[in-house]
Design a protein. Structure first.
Length: 85
């Protein structure tokens, strides 16, 4: 289990300064991350180390990550987004 300090660090690393990424990552890390298995939390931490242009292409569904572990967490994040009405 993550300490409050570790979760706060992860929250700030999730803020990318690119609106398209922030609206996906920030709510996910706040709402879903604490409920993830250790395996999926590790996938998220790995994802956060990726470059913004790669994240943008993956989340805009222009490309898929070559790494299957990253593809899993990208899909989880995209599924976390509420459907627009």
């Amino acid at each position: 289990m993550l300490s409050v300090a570790e979760h706060n660090r992860l929250f700030w690393r999730s803020r990318r300064g690119m609106l398209e990424l922030d609206v996906l990552l920030v709510p996910f890390v706040k709402e879903a991350f604490p409920l993830l298995s250790e395996e999926n939390q590790a996938r998220y931490k790995k994802l956060i180390d990726c470059e913004d242009p790669d994240l943008f292409r993956w989340f805009m569904q222009k490309e898929q990550p070559d790494d299957p572990e990253l593809a899993i967490i990208v899909e989880m994040i995209l599924n976390h987004v509420p459907a627009s009405s």
